[in-house]
Design a protein around this ligand. Structure first.
Ligand code: ATP
Ligand code: MG
Length: 321
């Protein structure tokens, strides 16, 4: 069952008479119980995709077209008041930096309980009881006592667990996690990803996982969209993407993953720079950096083409005509 279906989403910024096509005709879906990762370099439009779904795009940004179907209803038709009932309740978000999202002056437990008081109209006592339960579920030991702590008394990893508690406490159908572990060290990262994945699978929730890190994708996702300069460049099952990456951009990203057995002293990087967003190439957006660039790539933007079952790529190398 489709939980979320995005069709031809366009979110543009208008600055000084110029247009920045941050999200430029993006389509994907997430089924119930599924984890879809969007991966791509900085500036590819991942967070703007997430904020578009949450209804949080502010001027000078604007959603110019497309559909965001959540359980088959287009969220773009919703008024702000309706979106407020969805946000934090049916769709919730986990951000990269837990410290900036938690109020340093309010007890941790009260911040979790507050979500229930707002969305589920619970009494204070009832909300506190459930908040402690969910704190236990995300691995906070001695949650009853730690309820009264302030954010500064928690480590980064524990704060991220609290953010996850706040995101799941209303039993949402979709969680959007935007770089949820980037600010954490590697061992804690793995624990947090494991926790998120477990919660999603146990509760048949769905997750949109945003990351620039293919290692995170490998550990967590079911399917993957590779994004570059506002466009999906490749979409595949996770296994298909790592076994047979088709787009030279994806191949480059995979080559960039550091490996323990790597003898090379210098890490591989994709050459060149991401083009400026007011000045994307007319053809393939990766054409300015692609090692396999052809004349056609410079002239014309390739469409996303289905190459195998559950595997599509936006690249002229795979054009069968
Ligand atoms: N408030 C804004 N004003 C103008 N342009 C913006 C704004 N926010 C984002 N953009 C543009 O949208 C593009 C995509 O931004 P987005 O934040 O989605 O990238 P991202 O893929 O999440 O990158 P990162 O990995 O760095 O978080 C940026 O390159 C930027 O040009
Ligand atoms: Mg981002």
């Amino acid at each position: 069952m489709r939980r979320l279906q995005i069709k031809e989403l366009k979110t543009y910024f208008h600055i000084d008479g110029e247009i920045i096509p941050a999200v430029d005709g993006v389509s994907f879906h997430i089924d119930r119980g599924e984890i879809l990762a969007i991966v791509g370099e900085s500036g590819s439009g991942k967070s703007i995709t997430a904020l578009s779904i949450m209804g949080l795009i502010k001027s000078p940004g604007k959603i110019e077209g497309g559909e965001i179907l959540f359980n088959d209803t287009n969220l773009l038709d919703y008024k702000e008041k309706q979106m407020r009932q969805i946000r934090g309740n049916k769709i919730s978000m986990v951000y990269q930096e837990p410290m900036s999202s938690l109020n340093p002056m309010i007890r941790i437990g009260d911040q979790v309980a507050e979500v229930l008081i707002i969305h589920k109209k619970m009494s204070k006592a009832e909300a506190k009881k459930q908040a402690i339960e969910v704190m236990e579920a995300v691995g906070i030991q001695d949650a009853g006592r730690r309820y009264n702590d302030y954010p500064a008394q928690f480590s980064g990893g524990m704060r991220q667990r609290i953010m996850i508690a706040m995101a799941i406490v209303c039993h949402p159908e979709l969680i959007i996690a935007d770089e949820p572990t980037t600010a954490l060290d590697v061992t804690i990262q793995a624990e947090i990803l494991e926790l998120l994945k477990g919660l999603i699978k146990q509760n048949s929730m769905s997750m949109l996982l945003i990351t620039h890190d293919l290692g995170v994708v490998a550990e967590t996702a079911d399917r993957v969209c590779v994004m570059y300069c506002g466009k999906i460049m490749e979409e595949s099952s996770k296994a298909g993407l790592f076994k047979n990456p088709l787009n030279p951009y994806t191949q480059g990203l995979i080559q960039c993953i550091p490996r323990i057995d790597d003898k090379a002293e210098v890490l591989y990087t994709i050459g060149g720079n991401v083009p400026h967003p007011t000045d994307f190439p007319k053809g393939c957006r990766f054409s300015t950096r692609c090692p396999k660039v052809m004349e056609k790539c410079i002239a014309e933007l390739p469409p996303l083409m289905a190459v195998e079952e559950n595997h599509s790529v936006r690249c002229w190398l795979y054009d069968k005509e």
